[in-house]
Design a protein around this ligand. Sequence first.
Ligand code: BGC
Length: 411
Amino acid sequence: MYFSVPVRGILEDMNEKTLSFPDGFFWGTASASHQIEGHQHNNWSEWENSSKRLEELKRKHLNPADFTSELAANSWEHLDDDIACIKKLNNNAYRFSVEWSRIEPREGVFDQAAIEKYHHFIKRLKAEGIEPFVTLWHWTNPVWLTNGWENPKVIDYFARFTETFVRACPEVKFWITINEPQVITSKSYLAAAWPPQKMNPFAYLRVLNNLVKAHCQAFKKIKAINGEAKVGIAHHQVCFEGAGGPINRLMENVADWWVNRWFLNQIKGCQDFIGVNYYFHNVINYFRIGHKNRPPVSDMDWELFPEGLYRGLRDLKAYGLPLYITEHGLADEKDAHRAWYIKESLRFVKQAMDEGVDVRGYFHWSLLDNLEWSDGLLKKFGLYAINRTTWERLPRPSAAVYAEIAKTNRI
Ligand code: BGC
């Protein structure tokens, strides 16, 4: 739920001032293994190459080469280049995910070389003064996981994978067990858009419940291994707005409860912080929910609505936990809005902090142009573009703006 605020007043006030963030505030970017690494063999890569998916692309006159994770940003071969980019941004943190299918390519068989490669990357980040925020599951499964997250055994499988990886990386302080449970489940089991492309509310609820249990079990495992570790999820916070009238107001509250609070309520007691991912300003008109597209919009046609982040942070204060903005960004190939959007959103973050919301970090999505899931490689979320022949990382102008913010700790 949110309350309306005299936005213009706040903005005018804020625009005039330099705003400083507290010492130790984390400035970072975020990414996910399937979207940047390339060289994957998981349920998504199988889906990308399935005849069903290829026919769908053909029907839409789309080129399959633009919709494959085959090489993505080729980060698996360019981890040092990624660190160089992070350093150029003056960031003191980086959120990335590890690929379960790489670490456990066969059921119960762990690939020590893959674990070591991630561990080395983590140690390199630490040595550079960059705090790793490690996501254990950002939506892709090993191919041996029959029925994916519908399989009740997934809870124990995920616990075993978590235990193995967490033991191998004692340096990691911040663990994010799962990314956006509400998004992956609704796209995969209600909208039939992502693998396994089902439209089945029962499967949707089963998977959500398995994710709740898997998170709680993983939370306990991590804490048992490293009592100092901080564990949470990356939660997708949506700014809902009813289209008018009492019924839509009611629908807005229901959507807010289900999308923004249900999962967090289920895992109460099993989280040290909340990771907040914010992208959407959605309008609800009875049973129809749509993204608002009032300008300015991103290349995804999503409204850029900085105030929505403020509203979300203020609502999440009720949980009494530290908040990290684990994702916030936009597809903007021409870099027309990115610098403005970052700065304006940070003004609202600061406003929330000044009102007592405990925000401790901001991670921009994303470091690099990457595979935007079923929207493929054509949507450019990166502070860095990629030369897909040389794999050179090329900063967009907004990268310098973000680097300055991170360096000075202020906007
Ligand atoms: C996801 C990312 C995705 C981003 C932009 C978030 O929901 O965690 O994987 O690329 O949004 O759509």
